[in-house]
Design a protein around this ligand. Structure first.
Ligand code: TYM
Length: 331
């Protein structure tokens, strides 16, 4: 059975971009593959969270994983920092990851722009840690959104380079995966980039947002003054709302508003009302479960412990073999 690995950074509540880009695929994959899903708390250290924030955010992601339908009896759910073998493999991979290629990564360049006062080495080697996360379980499929495509390409480079360097076909090549055959990018509500890209709460709809909050956010989404010609191309901010509708609404609803747009009869207020209600309906079952799971400390503890044991079994086997391949020998 093929092995699947994916993770989400522990930076707080999860939004619809995380859900449709990644988690929905996790839930579908868990019954068909040997799955490892983790909470990337080591990656979150690049932005220097306080100890209290760090733990609270890890807990939040674990709760939301479970609420969204991940089953810890089937998939292995764990916290990245509970598996120190990942950090060890990261160290080995760093020895053959080169400055030039790391500096060319788009996410690194974005971070340099976003946080010029904190361009730490962890940011630079972020794709190396990500490669370690994946190949520690020798995974071949990685369910992620479109924004992670380049990281997957780098993971393949590092895996292949290790194999070549030690003349040993040890790590398989990991590929980004989505059930729909193409990776998705869920737009935000600000009319510009993807959901979750800009800081600030208004651009993203979170799985834990209350219905009233979702209505307010969607009603404030950026729109233009409306089409003036039949079949006019949609400007970015309008296309974004239609893209969101495509994932949360029924096909009939989408086609109805698309027709109204193409015949210059669309009323954005109506479109947004419908979009908000469909987002509320899509998130309702998860929102309810988040509340009940969050208060169950003993269950969360048991899930995290069980996941760490299972993840370490697989990771320590890889590390034993990697050490052997590299040439570490005990006296
Ligand atoms: P992160 O935490 O930024 O996002 C988690 C997952 O959600 C997806 N995603 C989106 N998909 C579509 N549209 C959006 N607007 C959107 N926003 C987020 C991301 O593509 C991702 O799949 N580096 C990773 C975490 C990570 C990881 C790994 C993933 C660390 N190690 C190993 C896979 C395998 C990250 O920062 O994702």
């Amino acid at each position: 059975m093929e092995t699947v690995v994916s993770g989400i950074r522990s930076t707080g509540r999860l939004h619809l971009g995380n859900y449709y880009g990644a988690i929905q695929n996790f839930v579908k994959m868990q019954r068909e593959y040997n799955c490892y899903f983790f909470i990337a708390d080591l990656h979150s250290l690049t932005t220097h969270p306080t100890p209290a924030d760090l733990h609270g955010n890890v807990k939040q992601v674990l709760v939301e994983y479970l609420a969204a339908g991940l089953d810890p009896e089937i998939a292995t759910l764990y916290v990245q920092s509970d598996v120190p073998e990942v950090a060890e493999l990261y160290l080995y991979l760093n020895m053959s990851a080169y400055l030039g290629e790391l500096e060319r990564s788009t996410s690194f360049k974005d971070k340099v722009r976003a946080q010029p006062d904190n361009v730490n080495a962890g940011l630079l080697t972020y794709p190396v840690l990500m490669a370690a996360d994946i190949i520690i379980h020798r995974a071949t499929k990685v369910p992620v959104g479109k924004d992670q495509e380049q990281h997957l390409e780098m993971a393949r480079t590092f895996a292949n380079r290790f194999n070549r360097m030690y003349k040993h076909e040890y790590f398989p090549e990991p590929y980004a995966f989505n059930f729909s055959n193409s990776l998705v990018k869920i737009p935000g509500l600000d009319g510009k980039g993807k959901m979750g890209k800009s800081e600030g709460e208004a651009n993203a709809v979170y799985l834990s947002d209350e219905p009233e909050v979702i209505r307010k956010k969607v009603m404030r989404a950026v729109t233009d003054s409306g089409p003036t010609m039949d079949n006019q191309p949609k400007p970015q901010e309008i296309q974004n709302l239609f893209d969101l509708m495509k994932v949360v609404s029924s096909e009939d609803t989408y086609l109805h508003f698309d027709h109204l747009y193409n015949t210059c009869q669309v009323r954005y207020g109506d479109l947004k009302k419908q979009l908000a209600e469909d987002m509320i309906a899509a998130t309702a079952p998860i929102r309810e479960k988040i509340k009940s799971i969050a208060s169950d400390g003993p269950y969360l503890r048991q899930v995290a412990r069980h996941g760490a044991i299972k993840a370490r079994e697989s990771a320590s086997k890889t590390i034993r073999e990697v050490r052997e391949i590299i040439g570490f020998r005990s006296f």
